[in-house]
Write a protein that binds this ligand. Structure first.
Ligand SMILES: *Cc1c(COP(=O)(O)O)cnc(C)c1O
Length: 380
């Protein structure tokens, strides 16, 4: 959780100064700062990673029935974005070194309707087959979208993830690398694709003021419940004040594939102000995550588990530290609190988390569903 007292302070200031909520210069500043920081030419901010993905899909100008190959181990909101655009999601198996798309499996999924490949950098690891998959896509004339929701700030050979494919998106949802409660941003280095992103962004609406207010209140709520030194009693107080205003990332309807009524919104300046403040912290938080990952490496070697693969030349972001364990240790996670004093992460519990689903011919993805747990990399 990367919200600190200065973020809480900023949220309070924004709540008492609604005049700044529609100051579009702040939004332009965030997009320009993110693009520069990330080494990308163009960036457009949305209300979530999934909405930024929908912008990327729009940008590719795909037709209903077109196929997009994606990992069979992902978040339901990813295939949902394809489905909303009338596209066919073609699930492909993953590898178990970094939980990314297995390049050796991709080729046999390509048909005459395939238009794009969606790759991801899960848990903040740079995907093992990153460059290979992009080469394959180039060979077949396919576009590549990079899902960097877990990997903001991760690099390969000095270049941030998201810059090798055609389009990429990042998330600043509360459980991700940086936190604006909800948020996402799409990038591209291609001026034609960027023009389409700009068009989508231009037509998108802002969330209403009530939603913006709730989101700012959630910053305060989250800070007091997870970070404040006196959270043992303050958490209860803010819960009484704001507890019923908690923003939900994915509704039950959305899990069933229903497109939310409010979808495709751009990030309002009030949230962009928070994002600017968070952006400045990503580097140091990621360093902290990498230091914690070293501890989990030791745990792996002590317990005879294989550590996740860090691709040579890569700097992972380590949003979480994934390990394969016995299925019983994933279905009942109480041991982690008892033995390690931590709450274990279980991303993902299904092939399209958290929606129930099963996918055939993806043995590695299915193995990850039953055996992959993850350790937190920001402790305390
Ligand atoms: C969270 C997540 C997303 C979507 O990000 P939101 O900001 O929550 O919409 C996409 N892909 C993966 C792998 C994620 O974990």
């Amino acid at each position: 959780m990367t919200l600190d007292s200065d973020d809480r302070e900023l949220a309070s200031q924004l709540l008492s100064n609604r005049g700044s909520w529609r100051d579009t210069q702040i939004a332009a500043d965030y997009e320009a700062s993110f693009a520069k920081w990330n080494g990308s030419r163009y960036a457009f901010a949305f209300m979530s990673g999934r909405e930024a993905l929908s912008a990327c899909i729009y940008s590719l100008n795909l037709q209903p029935g077109d196929e997009v190959i994606l990992p069979g181990y992902t978040c339901i909101v990813v295939p949902n974005a394809l489905q909303y655009a009338g596209l066919v999601a073609v699930f492909c198996d993953i590898e178990l070194d970094t939980y990314g798309l297995d390049a050796s499996q991709v080729e046999q999924k390509i048909t005459s309707r395939t238009r794009a490949i969606l790759i991801h950098h899960l848990y903040g690891l740079v995907a093992r087959d990153y460059e290979q998959t992009i080469e394959l896509a180039r060979r077949y004339g396919l576009k590549v979208i990079e899902d960097c929701a877990h990997a903001t700030g991760a690099e390969l050979n000095g270049l941030s993830v998201g810059n090798r494919g055609d389009l990429a998106f990042y998330s600043s949802e509360r459980s991700k690398i940086f936190n604006t409660i909800q948020g996402g941003i799409a990038v591209s280095n291609d001026s034609i694709l960027a023009q389409r992103l700009r068009e989508y962004h231009h037509l998108a609406e802002y969330p209403d003021n009530q939603h913006i207010e709730r989101q700012l209140q959630n910053v305060i709520l989250e800070y007091y419940s997870a970070k404040h030194p006196q959270r043992w009693w303050l958490a209860d107080v803010v819960n009484i004040l704001y507890g019923d205003k908690k923003v939900v990332s994915t509704t039950k309807e959305e899990e069933r594939g229903v497109r939310p009524k409010q979808y495709g919104r751009k990030m309002p300046p009030a949230v962009c102000a928070l994002a600017i403040n968070q952006l400045a912290k990503i580097q140091s938080y990621n360093e902290l995550r990498r230091t914690t990952a070293e501890k989990w490496n030791e745990w792996c070697s002590d317990n005879k588990h294989k550590p996740p693969t860090v691709v040579p030349g890569s700097v992972p972001a380590f949003l979480r530290y994934p390990v394969l364990v016995e299925p019983e240790r994933k279905s009942n996670t109480a041991w982690a609190l008892k033995d390690l004093g931590i709450t274990l992460g279980v991303w993902f519990l299904t092939n399209t988390h958290p929606a129930p689903s099963s996918i055939e011919n993806c043995p590695n993805a299915n193995k990850a569903v039953t055996e992959c747990i993850n350790f937190p990399c920001l402790l305390g």
